[in-house]
Design a protein around this ligand. Structure first.
Ligand SMILES: Cc1cc2nc3c(=O)[nH]c(=O)nc-3n(C[C@H](O)[C@H](O)[C@H](O)COP(=O)(O)OP(=O)(O)OC[C@H]3O[C@@H](n4cnc5c(N)ncnc54)[C@H](O)[C@@H]3O)c2cc1C
Length: 323
């Protein structure tokens, strides 16, 4: 629906909001739709969901600007919702598309500060614009690592956690310790575990009693402007085995992998790709690709791989990448 077809009061309200948004973030950081003239570039929606009408895309440059936007929306048209993304690369799950019509999209990729990092204790305080690549580069050659996903290095660590994504080592929600939230009335609160200013404390993520932490994952109850994220200990050696097997062998393969998992021979999330994805990764159309991570000290990794090879009895079908 075009702006000129809307009720006059809504148009005034939207125009006022856009004017004030420009004052808050600056002209360079807002894209608007006005009649047929549109400066909106939402990017490709690779999720095949039906596209929604979007009134504006706004990129605040500070937490203070985020708070001002919330106050502005509260005093104006309550029918215009905000849709928040961090980097907005939620490919396959909606990309940047809002859930409801006529939303104003807030992209937080300008909030890129790594506020604090503690290698010894294994945590980092990061903002929504911090990408996997940013953290991985920072942790290179350290005793800690990030539980990365298989998505692009340019995706947001916070965005993926809020979407309850899957890392290569474990569920991303397991990496979440604390959140900084701007509530719908514009208050900044902290939930979950945050480091104590003067002394080290144990990670007591859920505290006492009901926990508010996961009220804010996969929900639209607040805008997340910061998170405390776990950094995992880096093993001496990590290897990813690439196994391909015929589609008709799926059941047998799953049973075999289940046993390896039960015997704790698999270190991370075991992935079995469908035949379409397998083809895109270089396999043939009637095959499944499996990625199996093995890590630990050198001896453990070598021993585990030799057990795998022994189990498979056909060593030539196994390819593995040394990392
Ligand atoms: C080839 C390929 C491989 C992939 N592999 C994986 C994988 O291994 N694991 C995986 O999990 N995904 C994977 N994905 C899917 C997707 O790319 C990732 O989940 C990606 O991290 C999500 O995009 P993002 O980090 O930019 O999050 P965003 O798109 O920024 O955020 C995701 C959602 O979280 C909410 N949100 C984000 N930020 C905020 C905020 N600050 N405040 C409030 N709510 C917020 C919003 O609802 C938003 O829509 C893959 C995709 C492709 C194409």
């Amino acid at each position: 629906m075009d702006i000129i077809e809307k009720k006059q009061s809504d148009v005034c309200s939207l125009n006022n909001i856009i004017l004030e948004l420009k004052n808050i973030v600056g002209e360079a950081y807002i894209q608007i739709k006005f009649n047929e003239m549109s400066t909106l570039t939402l990017g490709r929606n690779v999720s095949l969901f039906s596209p929604k009408n979007v009134n504006a895309i706004v990129k605040p440059g500070s937490i203070n600007e985020v708070v001002q936007i919330v106050h502005l929306m509260n005093k104006n048209n309550p029918k215009l919702g905000l849709h928040i993304v961090s980097s907005g690369y939620n490919w396959g799950l909606g990309s940047k598309e809002p859930v409801s019509e006529n939303a104003i999209i807030i992209i937080l990729d300008r909030l890129t500060e790594i506020r604090e990092i503690n290698i010894e204790n294994g945590w980092a305080i990061i903002e929504p614009g911090v990408t996997q690549l940013n953290l991985v580069k920072l942790l290179k050659d350290s005793s800690r690592m990030l539980n990365v996903t298989a998505s692009s290095g340019h995706t947001s660590v916070v965005g993926n956690i809020l979407e309850r994504g899957v890392g290569l080592r474990r569920q991303r929600t397991d990496d979440l310790l604390g959140l900084e939230v701007i509530t719908p009335d514009g208050e900044k609160i902290k939930v979950g575990w945050w480091p104590h200013a003067e002394r080290d404390t144990a990670f007591n993520t859920f505290g006492h009693g009901p926990s508010l932490l996961h009220l804010y994952t996969q929900s639209n109850l607040g805008i997340i402007t910061g998170a405390v994220v776990r950094l995992l200990p880096r093993p001496q050696k990590q290897t990813v085995l690439h196994l391909r097997f015929l589609r008709k062998k799926l059941l047998g393969a799953v049973n075999l992998f289940r046993d390896w998992y039960a015997q704790e021979m698999v270190s991370g999330v075991l992935k079995i790709y469908d035949t379409v994805s397998t083809e895109s990764y270089g396999g043939s159309v009637d095959e499944h690709l499996t990625l199996i991570c093995v890590s630990g000290n050198h001896k453990k990794v070598e021993a585990t791989i030799s057990i795998f090879l022994y189990c498979l009895k056909k060593p030539k079908t196994v390819e593995y990448l040394q990392k």
